[in-house]
Design a protein around this ligand. Sequence first.
Ligand SMILES: NC(=O)c1ccc[n+]([C@@H]2O[C@H](COP(=O)([O-])OP(=O)(O)OC[C@H]3O[C@@H](n4cnc5c(N)ncnc54)[C@H](OP(=O)(O)O)[C@@H]3O)[C@@H](O)[C@H]2O)c1
Length: 231
Amino acid sequence: MKAIVSGATKGIGRSITMALAAEGYDLGLGARNLEELDFLRKEISAIYPSLEVITKSVDFSQKHETRNFAETFMHYWGDVDVLVNNVGVYEEDNLDELTEQGFMNQFNVNFFSALRLTQPFVPEFKRRKSGNIINICSVLSKKGRKHAISYSISKQALYGYTKLLREELRAFDVKVTAILPGSTNTPSWDGIDAHVDEFVQPEDVANGVIMALKSNGLVEEIEIKPINPNY
Ligand SMILES: NC(=O)c1ccc[n+]([C@@H]2O[C@H](COP(=O)([O-])OP(=O)(O)OC[C@H]3O[C@@H](n4cnc5c(N)ncnc54)[C@H](OP(=O)(O)O)[C@@H]3O)[C@@H](O)[C@H]2O)c1
């Protein structure tokens, strides 16, 4: 079994990666920082020496780098069983200060990376009539935040794409799942005064991913929120 995770070195991506390793998946992992990728690869290999762990430095905001990342694994592995579109960036803006450039910076990472990473694998998923695509959306995919306009719209686009992709691929026995976390305790909150111990933990999200992968049914979406409604 083979799985690809975007944004694998920190936070939710790292927890999903470790959970997939524990389930016996060979791993194709992408993020920008090469040292952190090397560290993660060595960490996984020390615990699970029989797994193949391939890391590749990539900037998922860049179209050609993202396509190249997908093609590297297409050529090397031929197919994958699980694709986790996790990478994302959160920056706040409101309608008054919204710029096209600022919007595109988040849209490229949060939406286009998933589209560009997924599309090359779709024909092979269809041909094999198996596979899972997991898209890490957000609670803001359903209800936007007025102080995070670009982020909200990019996650709504990802959620919309996920639903259309699911309807297309279910006829081929390929499962597409949206995960919608609320505030989750990851490094993306570093420097912000927040009660992160009351947040969703990245392991909770990873558990949801594994549950979706193991289900006999089609888990369409999983929404996980902190129990405290103020978060
Ligand atoms: N944390 C939350 O509260 C929360 C809530 C709902 C949804 N989410 C979503 O969950 C996903 C993961 O969030 P997180 O909080 O776990 O993020 P995080 O802690 O900031 O980690 C982001 C990961 O993605 C990589 N990354 C970031 N930008 C990249 C780029 N342009 N190209 C390649 N890799 C990149 C980072 O490594 P490098 O820096 O080395 O590239 C890192 O491995 C995102 O889609 C986010 O929108 C998070």
